[in-house]
Design a binder for this molecule. Structure first.
Ligand code: SER
Length: 625
């Protein structure tokens, strides 16, 4: 089945069930609700209707939505992760609910008239109940009936989540079977459908999570039963009318229909790979490295084409930064398979050929897409050239190999860490390429070690220059105070580097460290973390006074003070401001304090960890040393 046939079948099926077919919304959320840079799921543009607004198409609609998720960017290259993907969805706005949704899913998947998939290869998860929300007995009973009507005797897994005997229904907790896009909004338990990818290996048995990890089963469809609205205070309010939100990946479903094992071997990627072979002279199957490079190049250029068509341009912040990173990563992986000339435009051409019929915006924006790709690729190649020239001067290629010495550690007496770091900081030469180039010159260049040493060096020089030596004399209250101020500087830096969609979603400060949760849909790249850290440290080095002022909430809003939970504040609030020597506001927040008097007291700011906190919310842990 081709992608066009699959999309059509899906839309035809739901049209036959009374749904209005609506077009995909833009990849860039029109009104950012502050939680994501891109449309990350089909439900995203439909949130107002899920909260009760009347949809012009009625109470039942179906669509194929363009989505981008970059939280998994480092996983692209395996058999199923993508940054751009298409999600087919059927929607009930306060109309039908669990029974119909589940029955139709089963019918569409297994009926010969539709996808005709093997019902014996189907497994489903349901919400087991948690956080005061009960187990989804209705979903379980409906699945049992659906299977039994199809002549199958089906059991429900226990707490051990083991699939054995006739088990096909597996209850799981919030992490797996409770869906929310972003930090707040409509949400609820879900039921997910998985397909056995390798029945030739015999009867499927084992712990559910292990079977997913080993790719024996793969998720193809998710039906979310939205019953709640999660508020900013973390409360789950029951919606007046419950909704259904389903999401079925085009790429994964095609994989399953093809009887294949990876999304990259479907017809969505084959023509892209052919083009990459033509340009590079390498084959996709040549080695594990070429496979990975082909997948990353194809995925990233596909995503870039769709982003540019929706108005994103390469920049150093926000959505533009994600685009820049995708294009540069594609070029970098191109280099790894020997592509030294501009090539992103020729791959983009194939993307437009293959997707332009269903997504006419690609054809319309064709010239802009090519122009932006070319500009960014040129810029990046120039950066690389300049960096390489400097590196060649520092460490002429071949010297080490000629001397046949043992490999030195990256930052040993042979490499001047400051100069190498300068390559990154001043010339924007990517870390990964510095590492590769050092390796070529005979230096051992372990990724983590390199980064760690770079940072350590930075820290050491900064700590020394600031004359900060902690004697353990300060009491813990003092430490908390400083971390509090650091948290303000961090939030300001996050907004500057990532964009103004970043808001504080929570924080927790102990005398040892600070923890800040903030709205951002993507993983923060290591190089962005460094920029953020540097911004905070710059404000510290500038020894700026922390000013506090009492005023009314209205006045605070007028001067753009940031605040987290307005409702918590009384009439009078305290606003803490940090203003630089140029008179610009570095940070301004409504806060109860206490704070350091001057940023110079803070010492050295260091991010220890960046991770997901919940969907659409990231968490940073940081310390002052
Ligand atoms: N919102 C759900 C998901 O993205 C179902 O569409 O998986």
């Amino acid at each position: 089945m081709t992608a066009n046939e699959l999309r059509k079948k899906y839309l035809d099926f739901f049209e036959s069930k009374g749904h209005t077919i609506i077009p995909s919304a833009s990849l860039v959320p029109r009104e950012t609700d502050g939680s994501t840079l891109f449309t990350t799921a089909g439900m995203h543009p439909l949130v107002p209707y899920l909260l009760g607004e009347q949809h012009p198409g009625g109470n039942r609609v179906a669509n194929v939505q363009k989505c981008v998720r970059t939280g998994d960017i480092d996983d692209v290259g395996d058999n199923r992760h993508l940054t751009f993907f298409e999600m087919m969805g059927n929607w009930s706005f306060g109309d039908y609910f669990k029974k119909e949704a589940i029955q139709w899913s089963f019918e569409f998947l297994t009926n010969q008239k539709w996808l005709g998939l093997d019902k014996n290869r189907l497994y489903v998860t349901v919400f087991k109940g948690e956080n005061g929300i009960p187990r989804d007995e209705e979903a379980i009973a409906t699945w049992q009936k659906v299977f039994s009507d199809a002549g199958m005797d089906v059991e429900v897994a226990g707490e051990d989540e083991m699939i054995k005997n006739n088990v096909r229904i597996i209850p799981l907790g919030t992490d797996d079977n409770f869906w929310i896009a972003g930090a707040t909004g409509p949400c609820g338990g879900d039921t997910e459908m998985f397909y056995d990818m390798r029945p030739e290996e015999g009867k499927l048995e084992g712990k559910f999570g292990d079977l997913v990890d080993s790719f024996r089963i793969m998720e193809i469809w998710n039906n979310v039963f939205m019953e709640f609205n999660k508020t900013a205070e973390g409360k789950y309010e029951k919606l007046a009318k419950p909704n259904v939100d389903t999401g079925m990946g085009v790429e994964r479903t095609l994989t399953v229909l093809d009887g294949g094992y990876t999304v990259f071997e479907t017809e969505l990627f084959k023509p892209l790979f052919e083009k990459i072979t033509e340009i590079s002279g390498c084959g996709y199957q040549d080695s594990e490295e070429t496979k990975k490079a082909f997948r990353i190049i194809a995925d990233h250029i596909r995503a870039s084409v769709f982003m540019i068509a929706d108005g994103v341009t390469p920049l150093n912040t926000g959505a533009g930064y994600v685009l820049r990173r995708l294009i540069r990563r594609a070029v970098r992986y191109g280099k790894l398979i020997g592509i030294e000339k501009d090539f992103t435009v020729s791959v983009a051409e194939i993307v437009i050929q293959n997707f332009g019929d269903f997504y006419p915006e690609l054809k319309k924006q064709r010239e802009i897409i090519f122009a932006e790709l070319k500009k960014e690729e040129d810029k990046f190649r120039k950066t690389l050239e300049k960096g390489l020239a400097i590196l060649n001067k520092l460490y002429p290629i071949g010297v080490k190999q000629l001397e046949n010495l043992e490999y030195s550690p990256v930052i040993g007496k042979d490499v001047d860490p400051e100069k190498v770091f300068d390559l990154y900081q001043t010339y924007g030469f990517p870390f990964e390429i510095i590492q590769e180039e050092l390796k070529k010159r005979g230096f051992r260049a372990g990724e983590e070690e390199f980064e760690r040493r770079m940072k350590k060096h930075q820290d050491l020089s900064r700590t020394a220059s600031a004359g900060m030596f902690k004697g353990g004399l300060q009491d813990s209250g003092e430490d908390t105070r400083k971390l509090h101020t650091a948290a303000h500087l961090l939030l300001a830096a996050l907004r500057q580097i990532l964009g103004n969609h970043v808001f504080q979603k929570g924080s927790n400060i102990t005398p040892e460290r600070l923890r800040l949760d903030f709205s951002h849909g993507e993983k923060v790249a290591p190089e962005q973390l460094i920029l953020i850290e540097n911004l905070v440290n710059r404000a510290i080095d500038a020894k700026l006074d922390v000013l506090s002022e009492e005023m009314t909430l209205e006045q605070a809003k007028k001067i753009d003070a940031m605040g987290v939970f307005e409702s918590k504040y009384g009439e009078k609030v305290t606003v803490y401001s940090i203003i630089n020597d140029a008179g610009e506001v570095v940070s301004r927040e409504i806060c109860g304090g206490p704070h350091a008097k001057n940023t110079g007291e803070l010492g050295n700011f260091k991010i220890q960890k960046e991770e997901a906190s919940s969907s659409g919310v990231r968490r940073i842990k940081a310390v002052l040393t």
